[in-house]
Design a protein around this ligand. Structure first.
Ligand code: PLP
Length: 381
């Protein structure tokens, strides 16, 4: 059996090596390392893929979030609502800009924020909410968008983990993750569903004015060289990464299908097993399974993780500490016990290997070990 990895970037590369190597050599030959034609070509392809008017590429997903906050003209003290159960980047950029991240609970089954949860946190200082489509499934966006409209607040989607996921509105309209709010932000970090071979990110918007602002902010606040109309940053997707992403974008749906195949295998085995809860599939969103995350109840998460490691099966805890209990975000505002669901998830979730290269032999080995451990542990419980 091939060694099991959390993410198999090398195996994935080997299957597309010819195309990738050719794309890289083309970049090297042209020496247009910054803003080469591949950046624009990839941008256009991604706009088509997502059916969104404007894609603005940038240096990484964290930059994308920061640029989004800058583009919406928030002022110090403005409150931005974010889930307590997410990756740090979402809240970090808010605090860095002198804005106030207001953390909220997540749904115990989808691990995502919901409209009723967000509504409770809205004050007269609230300017935006950042729904994070965690682990590859869209937040239930229709009620969130309605709520945001009602309170006149912006919606910035963090779709770093859900690029390619589709959400269906009650009237049948289908939209891509990241294209439903005012701005969508994504990351092309190597292990993301559409990953490059270094850092990369992008913002999406259907608002042309906002798109122009975003483009300027990502480029030192200039539209015309040396004419700086506002403060910006230097955040670019380099040509090599764009060339790689262009090749991989054509494979994204195939990659999502491969991830779903692995997830279906896991689901079929774990269905009905005591102590193991499979990730919930929401009826109105597809799932691109950036992570396949179990909720363990009655099976000790950390000892299972250790046991799997001994068997050569990697597993990861995303995330071990909720944001409101992170030292970096220490404030009088929150303390332990404030978000019991997020805190419980941090103690009970376990993400299993999921990627485009898993085979049935590996899946069988992973699931057999988990099941036998769960049964044993419950017998002695
Ligand atoms: C990866 C990730 C980011 C940040 O992306 P980088 O490219 O690593 O800066 C932001 N939000 C979420 C939810 C992520 O998973």
């Amino acid at each position: 059996m091939k060694q099991i990895q959390m993410v198999d970037l090398k195996g994935q590369y080997e299957r597309i090596k010819q195309e990738i190597d050719l794309a890289i050599v083309e970049c090297l030959d042209s020496a247009a390392f910054i803003n080469g034609p591949q950046v624009n070509e990839f941008r256009q392809k991604l706009e088509e893929y997502l059916s969104v008017k404007h894609v603005i590429t940038c240096g990484n997903g964290t930059d994308a979030l920061q640029i989004a906050m800058m583009a919406l003209n928030f002022k110090p003290g403005d409150e931005i609502i974010v889930p307590a159960f997410t990756y740090v980047a979402t809240a970090e950029v808010i605090a860095l800009l002198g804005l106030t991240p207001v953390m909220v609970e997540v749904d115990p089954e989808t691990f995502n924020v919901t409209a009723p949860i967000i509504e409770k946190a809205i004050t007269n200082k609230t300017k935006a909410v950042v729904p994070v489509h965690l682990f590859g499934q869209c937040c239930d966006m229709e009620p969130i968008l309605n709520l945001a409209k009602h309170h006149d607040i912006h919606v910035i989607e963090d779709t770093a983990q859900a690029l390619g996921a589709l959400y269906t509105f009650s009237d049948g309209t289908v939209k891509s993750a990241g294209t439903m709010g005012d701005i969508g932000c994504t990351s092309f970090f190597p292990s993301k569903n559409l990953g490059c071979y270094g850092d990369g990110g992008a913002l999406f918007t259907n608002d042309t004015k906002l798109g122009e602002r975003i483009r300027m902010i990502a480029n030192h606040g200039q539209a015309k060289k040396y004419h700086h109309e506002m403060l910006g940053v230097n955040s670019r997707l380099d040509t090599l990464q764009a060339a790689i992403l262009k090749v991989k974008l054509y494979k994204l749906d195939e990659y999502a299908a491969a991830r779903n195949k692995a997830a279906n295998y896991y689901d079929a085995v774990f269905n009905g097993v005591d102590g193991i809860k499979m990730p919930k599939r929401q009826y109105n969103s597809t799932h691109v399974f950036h992570q396949y995350t179990l909720l363990l109840d009655g099976v000790d998460r950390d000892s299972l993780k250790n046991y799997l490691e001994e068997k050569g099966i990697p597993a990861m805890v995303y995330y071990p500490i909720p944001l409101h209990l992170q030292k970096a975000f220490e404030t009088d505002r929150y303390g332990e016990g404030d978000f019991p669901v997020s805190e419980k998830l941090c103690k009970q979730v376990l993400s299993l290997p999921i990627h485009t290269e898993l085979d049935e032999e590996q899946l069988a080995y992973i699931t057999q070990n988990i099941i036998s451990y769960a049964i044993k542990q419950r017998q002695y419980a």
